[in-house]
Design a protein around this ligand. Structure first.
Ligand SMILES: Cc1cc2nc3c(=O)[nH]c(=O)nc-3n(C[C@H](O)[C@H](O)[C@H](O)COP(=O)(O)O)c2cc1C
Length: 210
């Protein structure tokens, strides 16, 4: 599982939650590849820059680590009821590779915020581009409200019921990924703009993975 926080800042609440997710994945017998948002940092997306210079190292890294995992976990801050621009920018860069590496990857979203909503609105916004790109997003999301208080001195979720809910969310997600890996369902083509009669020479149309 690729696990990362979409916060760049030191002392990030989301980075602490991502670390808990990695630990929970390990406890469930999974393997976590913990990344930093700095690993995926990219210049502002510009098609001219892409045409001139190709992909930046941050996008190459994000893509490679997506391709190497069965699924990913993002713990994302909520910025103005949406996702941080740095995350959307990295998603935009990676969406330009062909084949498009988000397609048919499993994803679990979580957030931490000092607010009472725990950054949950930002996750609903983050679902939009990821679902558009064909990510199989797990329905349950985990948002840690008042995260500055909810995380104790050891970096644990202090409240036992919340901790159980967090662990169950991870365990259930891993079960689904494991089942899907061994019992794959029908693969679908990925087409960037549905309903536009895609033309492979012009549009981003991909066949099912071989
Ligand atoms: C530009 C900006 C916008 C923010 N907007 C929201 C918001 O809409 N909802 C919210 O709960 N917190 C918001 N916050 C507060 C963040 O949740 C808080 O800074 C949090 O600690 C960021 O996550 P991190 O600790 O992982 O860096 C915002 C912070 C910034 C810098």
């Amino acid at each position: 599982m690729l696990v990362f926080s979409a916060s760049l800042r030191e002392g990030s609440l989301n980075t602490r939650l991502a670390a808990l997710a990695a630990r929970a994945i390990g406890a469930q017998g999974g393997e976590a590849d913990v990344a930093s948002m700095w690993d995926f940092d990219c210049p502002s997306y510009d098609i001219d820059v892409q045409d001139r210079d190709g992909f930046p190292p941050g996008a190459d890294n994000f893509r490679a680590r997506l391709l190497a995992c069965d699924g990913f976990v993002i713990s994302s801050p909520e910025y103005n009821a949406s996702m941080p621009g740095v995350l959307k920018n990295a998603i935009d860069w990676v969406s330009r590779y062909q084949p498009q590496p988000f397609n048919e990857r499993h994803g679990l979203l979580m957030s931490a915020s000092p607010s009472m909503s725990g950054g949950n609105r930002g996750l609903w916004a983050l679902r939009v581009p990821l679902e558009h790109l064909g990510v199989r997003l797990y329905p349950d999301m985990f948002s840690l409200a008042q995260a500055h208080l909810a995380l104790d001195g050891q970096g644990q979720i202090g409240d036992e019921r919340l901790r159980d809910r967090f662990d169950a969310n991870i365990a259930n997600f891993l079960d689904l990924v494991e089942a899907s890996k061994h019992y794959p369902c029908v693969k679908r083509h990925w087409v960037e703009y549905l309903g536009e009669h895609p033309e492979p020479s012009l549009d981003r149309v991909e066949g099912p993975p071989r």
